[in-house]
Design a protein around this ligand. Structure first.
Ligand code: ADP
Length: 164
């Protein structure tokens, strides 16, 4: 049978436990999962693409039977998906607020590349409000984000926002 490859794209700025949950679920659905770290927002990102990739490599373990790759990408997602041989795009859904944007992107990507299917996964309820944006905001204001991100990410956030 043909190998089933999925791509999970995102900014991962930084990796959260919500992302980890989605990665775990997606791994169960494919033979090869490519985590695609977006680079074109570089100016707005808190962590460089190298730092984001290092955080993922340090904290993500693929279950047995699934090959996991971490790559950076820019440009059209469907072109990247084709390049890595993926016919599945994985996205996570939190609340209704995610829906409209995700719906538009999924339909646009289908128009651009009809053979690529987008699938949506929900993380555990306890992570349903966790976003990289919110985690950064809380960390910037000195709040504790342990339990919402891997420990090393919480530590990196503390260091990044440490007051002089
Ligand atoms: P964020 O939206 O957290 O700033 P990304 O752009 O890296 O981060 O998100 C990549 C994908 O992961 C998106 O599809 C997003 O909806 C999904 N995602 C992120 N956090 C969660 C979560 N807590 N639960 C479900 N999906 C999530």
């Amino acid at each position: 049978m043909r190998e089933r490859t999925a791509v999970y794209p995102g900014s991962f700025d930084p990796l959260t436990n919500g992302h980890l949950d989605i990665i775990g679920r997606a791994s169960g659905l494919c033979d090869r999962l490519v985590l695609a770290v977006l680079v074109n927002e570089e100016k707005k990102a808190l962590f460089s693409v190298e730092e984001r990739i290092a955080m993922i490599r340090e904290n993500v373990r693929a279950p047995q039977g699934t090959a996991l790759e971490v790559r950076q990408f820019s440009g059209l997602l469907v072109e990247f998906a084709e390049k890595v041989g993926a016919r599945i795009i994985v996205r996570g859904l939190r609340a209704v607020s995610d829906f409209e944007y995700e719906f538009q992107m999924a339909l646009m990507n289908r128009r651009l590349s009809p053979q690529v299917e987008t699938v949506f996964l929900m993380a555990k309820e306890e992570y349903s409000y966790v976003s990289s944006r919110l985690v950064k905001e809380v960390a910037r204001l000195g709040g504790d984000v342990r339990g919402l991100t891997p420990d090393s990410v919480a530590q990196a956030l503390r260091e990044r926002f440490r007051r002089p």
